[in-house]
Ligand binder design. Structure first.
Ligand code: BGC
Ligand code: BGC
Length: 639
C-alpha cells in the first residue's frame, strides 16, 4: 500500500474515532423559514443521526422533539411520511429509502405466510424493522380495520357489529370492547385502528348500515366516544397507546339513493344532499365528541357534499374540523379516494393536500403519489407550510403513541387474543344487543327443558354468516372461517339433558313439529357483505331464506324467527305467520349470547337504534308519515 493512502486511512480513522468520542451537545435546531425545507450537509447529502439525537429523547417534550425531527427532514422524507401503502403493494426496500410513513392491511390483508396472531406479529414487526432502517429511523404507523374486534385475524374474538352495539346502548360495555380490541391488536404490533365508524345512517338500504351504531346522532356520539376512550386507554400497556380513527368525515350516512359515483353502488360513496345546518346537526356532532374523547386521526369520506367530493373540501376539513372544532391529530384519506376527486391526478393530489388531508391511503401506486406531490411542491401548487403542517401532525401522533420507543408487537399479549375474558365480554355484548320484536303468548324465553326443539336455517350454524362483512375477508365469507360458537352450538349447550334438538338447514324435519310441546326456531338472514356491495333496493330476505321460512311456517305452530342481518329487513308480509321475532344483528363469534336470552339466562334488553320500516317507501328515515313496523327505541323485555 502506498504511504499516501495509509496516511489518508489513518486520518479518516482518527476523525471517525474523534467524532464518535466527542460528547455531543444537543443539536441546535436549525431556523426554519417558509422556503427552507431540506437541511443538508455541506456536500448536499443529508447526514445520518445518532441515538442521542434530540428527537429520540423520550423524556423531552413532544412538540420540541417534533420540531427537531422536522428540521432534519428533506422534502422527500416529509412526503414519504405522508404516504400510506397497502402492505401487499410495498417494495420492502422502499420503506427505508422513501421513509414511508404508514402501511395498512385492507379488509382480508393477512400475512402471505398464513393467518394467525403470531404470523401477523411477525409480518408487522418485519415491516417495522425495515422502516426503522431509514436515515432518521422514523417508525411506521400500521393500520387495520378492527371494526368489531381484530377482525382480520383468525382466532381473534369477533364482537357484534355496531348496529348490535347500538341496540345494546351501553357506554361502559363499549369502553370494555375498545380495550379488548386494543390488546388483541397490540399483540400483533398494530396500534392504529380505522374505527369507530361514527356515521349517522339515514337509509338502511346502505351496505355499511351495520357499521353505524344508530340513526340517532346523540347515541352515535355517546357510543363512539366511549369506544374510543377504551381503545385509547393509557393504562393498557406501559409503552404504547392505540389510536382510533372516527370515520368517515362527514355525512357518509346521509347519501341519497342512486347518487353513488361508484358504478354498481347505489348509496355508498354517494352524494349527501342536505344543507349545512342539517349536516352540522345530524352528522357532525359525533366528531366533536370523538375529538373531546381524544381522537388523533380521522378518516375522510368517499361521499360528496355541495357538489364536491369530501376529500376536496378545504372548508369542512380545515376550517371546520381542524380550526373550528380543534382537531390537532392527522387526517387520513380513504382507500384510493383522492383519485376520485378528478381524473387529473395532479389536480386531485393538489386539491386534497391543500384541503387538509395529511396522509394519503394511496394505497397501491405510491411512487406516482410521491412524484406527483413532489412536483406540486416544486411548482408551488402545494405550499411547504402545508407539507410541514401535515408531517408535524403525523409525527406528533406517532410520538404520543410511543412508537419511537416501542415500535414492535407485544408477544406477552398474544394470550389476550382469543382469551376467555374477551370471549365472555363478546358474549355479554351479544346478549345485550338482541332485540325482541314480537312475542305472542310470551313464547320467549324458552324453557331449557323444552322436550323438542326444531332448528332450521343455514345461518343457525355458520360463524361466517353470523359475523358478517369485515370478518377475515373484506366482504366476509360463509363457513367456519374463524373459531367461535355458532348459534346452534350455543343452544345445544344451553338446553337440558332431556331436550331433543333436530337441526335442518332447509327447515324440513323428520320429527313431529306440530307436537304440543315442540318449539321451532327459524334462524335466517343475510349473507355477508361490505360497503356498496351491500346496498339493497328491496331489503328482502334472499329467496333461499324465504324458502326455509315457508317450510317452517307450514308445519310449526310455535315458530320463533331469529334474524341474522346487518339491518332491519322488510318482513311486513310474513310477520303474522310468526309467533315470535328476534333480531340478533351480526353477533360475531359468540353465538352463545343469543342462547343466553332465548333461554332466559339473560334478560332481553336490546332496543332498536334504527327505525324498522314497514316498506322501503318509508326510506330514508323521516321521509314518510306512515307508521313504521317498529319505531326507534322499540324492544320487548320478554317478561
Ligand atoms: C373503507 C374504509 C376502510 C379502508 C381501509 C375503505 O374502502 O371505506 O372504511 O378503513 O377501506 O380498509
Ligand atoms: C380492501 C378493503 C377496501 C376496499 C375498497 C378492498 O380490496 O380489502 O379494505 O376497503 O378494497 O374498495
Amino acid at each position: 500500500m502506498k504511504k499516501q493512502s495509509l496516511l489518508r486511512i489513518s486520518l479518516f480513522l482518527f476523525l471517525f474515532i474523534f467524532s464518535a468520542c466527542t460528547p455531543q451537545a444537543l443539536p441546535s435546531i436549525p431556523v426554519q423559514t417558509e422556503d427552507t425545507y431540506a437541511p443538508l450537509a455541506p456536500d448536499g447529502v443529508p447526514s445520518a443521526v445518532g441515538e442521542d439525537a434530540f428527537y429520540k429523547q423520550a423524556d423531552a417534550s413532544i412538540p420540541e422533539r417534533v420540531e427537531d425531527l422536522l428540521s432534519r427532514m428533506t422534502l422527500d422524507e416529509k412526503i414519504g411520511q405522508m404516504t400510506l401503502v397497502e402492505k401487499g403493494s410495498i417494495e420492502v426496500a422502499d420503506l427505508p429509502s422513501l421513509s414511508i410513513g404508514g402501511l395498512l392491511s385492507g379488509g382480508g390483508g393477512a400475512p402471505v405466510e398464513g393467518n394467525n396472531p403470531e404470523k401477523w406479529a411477525a409480518m408487522v414487526d418485519g415491516f417495522q424493522q425495515s422502516a426503522l432502517e431509514s436515515r432518521l429511523n422514523i417508525p411506521l404507523i400500521y393500520g387495520v380495520d378492527a371494526v368489531h374486534g381484530h377482525n382480520n385475524v383468525v382466532g381473534a374474538v369477533i364482537f357484534p357489529h355496531n348496529i348490535g352495539l347500538g341496540a345494546a346502548n351501553d357506554p361502559a360495555l363499549m369502553a370494555e370492547i375498545g380495550r379488548a380490541t386494543a390488546l388483541e391488536m397490540a399483540a400483533t404490533g398494530i396500534y392504529w385502528n380505522y374505527a369507530p365508524g361514527v356515521m349517522v345512517p339515514q337509509d338502511i338500504r346502505w351496505g355499511r348500515i351495520y357499521e353505524g351504531y344508530s340513526e340517532n346522532t346523540e347515541l352515535v356520539s355517546t357510543l363512539g366516544a366511549a369506544y374510543l376512550q377504551g381503545l385509547q386507554s393509557t393504562d393498557l400497556f406501559e409503552s404504547n397507546i392505540t389510536i382510533g380513527t372516527p370515520k368517515h368525515f362527514v355525512g357518509d350516512g346521509g347519501t341519497a339513493w342512486g347518487t353513488s359515483t361508484n358504478s354498481g353502488y347505489k348509496l355508498d360513496q354517494g352524494v349527501t344532499e342536505i344543507d349545512e345546518v342539517t349536516l352540522r346537526a345530524v352528522h357532525l356532532p359525533p366528531y366533536q365528541s370523538a375529538i373531546d374523547a381524544g381522537a388523533r386521526s380521522i378518516m375522510i369520506s368517499y361521499s360528496s357534499w355541495g357538489g364536491m367530493k369530501m376529500h376536496a373540501q378545504q372548508y369542512l376539513i380545515t376550517d371546520v374540523l381542524k380550526d373550528e372544532m380543534g382537531f390537532t391529530g392527522f387526517i387520513v384519506s380513504d382507500w384510493e379516494a383522492i383519485d376520485q376527486i378528478t381524473g387529473d391526478y395532479y389536480q386531485a393530489v393538489v386539491t386534497a393536500i391543500n384541503a387538509g388531508v395529511d396522509m394519503n391511503m394511496v394505497p397501491y401506486n405510491y411512487n406516482r403519489f410521491i412524484d406527483t406531490l413532489t412536483k406540486a411542491v416544486d411548482e408551488g401548487d402545494v405550499p411547504i407550510s402545508r407539507i410541514d403542517d401535515a408531517v408535524r401532525r403525523i409525527l406528533t401522533v406517532k410520538m404520543e403513541m410511543g412508537l419511537f420507543e416501542q415500535p414492535f408487537s407485544q408477544p406477552e399479549l398474544l394470550a389476550e387474543v382469543d382469551s376467555d375474558a374477551h370471549r365472555a365480554l363478546a358474549r355479554e355484548a351479544v346478549a345485550k344487543s338482541v332485540v325482541l320484536l314480537k312475542n305472542d303468548n310470551n313464547l320467549l324465553p324458552l324453557d331449557k327443558d323444552t322436550p323438542q326443539i326444531f332448528i332450521g336455517g343455514v345461518a343457525a350454524d355458520d360463524i361466517g354468516i353470523q359475523s358478517g362483512g369485515w370478518t377475515i375477508e373484506w366482504q366476509g365469507k360463509k363457513g367456519a372461517i374463524t373459531p367461535g360458537t355458532t348459534i346452534l352450538e350455543g343452544i345445544e349447550n344451553a338446553v337440558g339433558a332431556g331436550t331433543v334438538i333436530e337441526y335442518s338447514k332447509a327447515g324440513k324435519f323428520t320429527g313431529d313439529t306440530e307436537a304440543a310441546d315442540a318449539i321451532c326456531l327459524a334462524i335466517v338472514g343475510e349473507p355477508p357483505y361490505a360497503e356498496g356491495k351491500g346496498d339493497s333496493k328491496s331489503l328482502k330476505l334472499p329467496s333461499n331464506e324465504l324458502r326455509i321460512l315457508r317450510n317452517m311456517e307450514e308445519g310449526c305452530p310455535n315458530l320463533v324467527v331469529i334474524l341474522i342481518s346487518g339491518r332491519p329487513l322488510i318482513v311486513t308480509d310474513s310477520i303474522d305467520s310468526w309467533d315470535a321475532l328476534v333480531s340478533a344483528w351480526l353477533p360475531g363469534t359468540e353465538g352463545a349470547g343469543v342462547a343466553d336470552v332465548l333461554f332466559g339466562d339473560q334478560p332481553f334488553s336490546g332496543t332498536l337504534s334504527y327505525t324498522w320500516p314497514a316498506s322501503v317507501e318509508q326510506l330514508p328515515v323521516g321521509s314518510s308519515s306512515e307508521a313504521p313496523l317498529f319505531p326507534f327505541g322499540f324492544g320487548m323485555t320478554g317478561e
